[in-house]
Ligand binder design. Structure first.
Ligand SMILES: NC(=O)c1ccc[n+]([C@@H]2O[C@H](COP(=O)([O-])OP(=O)(O)OC[C@H]3O[C@@H](n4cnc5c(N)ncnc54)[C@H](OP(=O)(O)O)[C@@H]3O)[C@@H](O)[C@H]2O)c1
Length: 261
């Protein structure tokens, strides 16, 4: 049966890999959102090449009005089966111990938190009316523990995790599935600008495979690699002084503060 899938942040990395993966489903219809039209069109063409029907929207997820308008118009034509709120940015300390500038922190929270609301809110009432649909919210294992080198990024991912789990409980009786995706390191443009060790990093197409497989089973949280995710979650239960020690080998800096807008 054909499925309609909307993915934000589809112009690169995980979103691109998810788009290419879902494009291979028979008769799939994709709505791809990102800011960079050229990169989006490139991904869209590769999705069309494997048989998907694709619409592209060069929209900043921070624009509530534009997101609402495009998503509702798209949903009128093609009721959305699966909505993946994936778009996000990451930044942190450029030099060890440095505090991120306010402007950058506000921008990041607007994209990573309000961008998720701007994606989900226009569609969720439609899904409730239809009594079906699925939503995936991109968090991170960074949502499990505080990140002293990227405080607003970690906070944004904790917010996404909490929001998604709350929505899941609220919407399950209405027939809507909600999962939160908490990947470990995935080798994308985002991780390339980050120094420090990236244990168990995997390529985006492998991450997309795990996410697709996870979403087919409808768990509350899709997290991988299993061992690293488990260690991270356990470290969040440790006393603060011990958690800081276990986190010490994973401290990092970012190469620049380019939020790619
Ligand atoms: N890579 C990892 O290790 C990792 C781990 C855990 C979670 N994640 C999460 O996975 C998601 C995707 O990250 P990625 O690693 O694939 O990074 P990426 O390659 O930098 O991709 C980020 C995507 O988000 C889009 N985006 C950023 N800001 C946007 C905005 N304001 N409006 C619309 N689209 C915007 C970008 O498109 P444009 O530049 O065209 O706007 C791009 O398509 C993020 O939410 C990230 O936090 C990544």
């Amino acid at each position: 049966m054909p499925r309609t899938i909307v993915i934000t942040g589809a112009s690169s990395g995980l979103g691109e890999a998810l788009a290419l993966r879902y494009a291979r489903e028979p008769n799939s219809r994709l709505g791809l959102i990102g800011r960079n039209r050229e990169r989006l069109e490139n991904v869209a063409q590769r999705c069309r090449d494997v048989g998907a029907a694709v619409s592209v929207a060069a929209i900043d997820v921070r624009s509530r009005a534009m997101m609402e308008d495009w998503l509702r118009r798209f949903d009128d034509e093609n009721p959305i089966d699966l909505l993946i709120a994936n778009a996000g940015v990451m930044t942190g300390s450029v030099a060890a111990g440095e505090i991120e500038p306010a402007e950058i922190a506000y921008q990041l929270v607007e994209i990573n938190v309000l961008g998720v609301l701007n994606t989900v809110q226009p569609v969720v009432s439609r899904m409730i009316a239809r009594g079906r649909g699925q939503i995936a919210i991109m968090s991170s294992i960074a949502g499990f523990v505080p990140l002293p080198d990227a405080p607003s990024y970690g906070a944004s991912k904790a917010a996404a995790l909490n929001y998604g789990l709350a929505l899941r409980e609220l919407l399950q009786p209405r027939g809507i599935k909600v999962s939160v995706v908490c990947p470990g390191y995935v080798s994308t443009a985002m991780t390339h600008q980050e120094s420090g060790s990236k244990p168990f990093a995997i390529p985006p197409d492998r991450a997309a495979e795990l996410i697709e497989r996870g979403l087919a089973q409808d768990p509350a949280i899709i997290t991988f690699p299993t061992f690293f995710a488990l260690l991270t979650r356990l470290s969040g239960l440790l006393p603060d002084w011990l958690r800081r020690r276990t986190n010490a080998p994973f401290r990092f800096t970012v190469k620049d503060r380019d939020l790619r807008d």
